[in-house]
Design a protein around this ligand. Sequence first.
Ligand SMILES: CC(C)(COP(=O)(O)OP(=O)(O)OC[C@H]1O[C@@H](n2cnc3c(N)ncnc32)[C@H](O)[C@@H]1OP(=O)(O)O)[C@@H](O)C(=O)NCCC(=O)NCCS
Length: 170
Amino acid sequence: MLITRPFDSAALKLHPFSCGEPDLDDWLTRYAGQSEKKDNVRTTLLLDEQQGRIAGYYSMRTFELSAADAASADGRSRRYPVPAMLLARLAVDSDYQSHGAGRLLLFDALQKLLAAANSIGFEVIVVHALHEDAACFYLKHGFRRFLDHDLSLFLTTKDLRATFVTQDPS
Ligand SMILES: CC(C)(COP(=O)(O)OP(=O)(O)OC[C@H]1O[C@@H](n2cnc3c(N)ncnc32)[C@H](O)[C@@H]1OP(=O)(O)O)[C@@H](O)C(=O)NCCC(=O)NCCS
């Protein structure tokens, strides 16, 4: 059974994590712990406790959209930057891909953001996809592209409430 857990550096001693994107593998191994200690980025692991493996992870932090980038989301001109959250990374180990782990991670992240939205103000969730394939994964799950940036996508907090609160990841 796969279960989400807060980042724990002890988990890195398990089987090496490999998702097919070396930068995402390296970041988990080398920088997730440091970022955690600095309260800079928060990482959640998806653990396969039976196999003693990290099946996936995502990391999130606060973000701010410039007025120009915010306008590129919906075409409305803005005078001020827009508070946002950044889904900075999301990756599934190659051995666990295509079995729902990515969706499970994404829904876990969105549920946390949904809860956070009750006490922290942010208008939008942003993700910078590494490539078109990853962008398609987010498009499939309700994200939309910025008009000016093909690989940057967003989900408004309003859409998050309307769409994801009623859905079940299973
Ligand atoms: C992209 C990634 C996270 C998807 O995770 P996954 O576990 O393979 O995906 P899931 O099995 O949870 O797929 C859930 C749904 O999304 C769809 N999906 C998965 N990858 C997709 C893609 N690249 N494009 C479109 N849809 C996709 C699946 O078909 C599935 O839909 P269905 O249930 O209707 O069939 C994973 O392939 C990965 O980690 N890739 C390497 C790292 C990476 O590129 N991360 C993104 C960085 S921005």
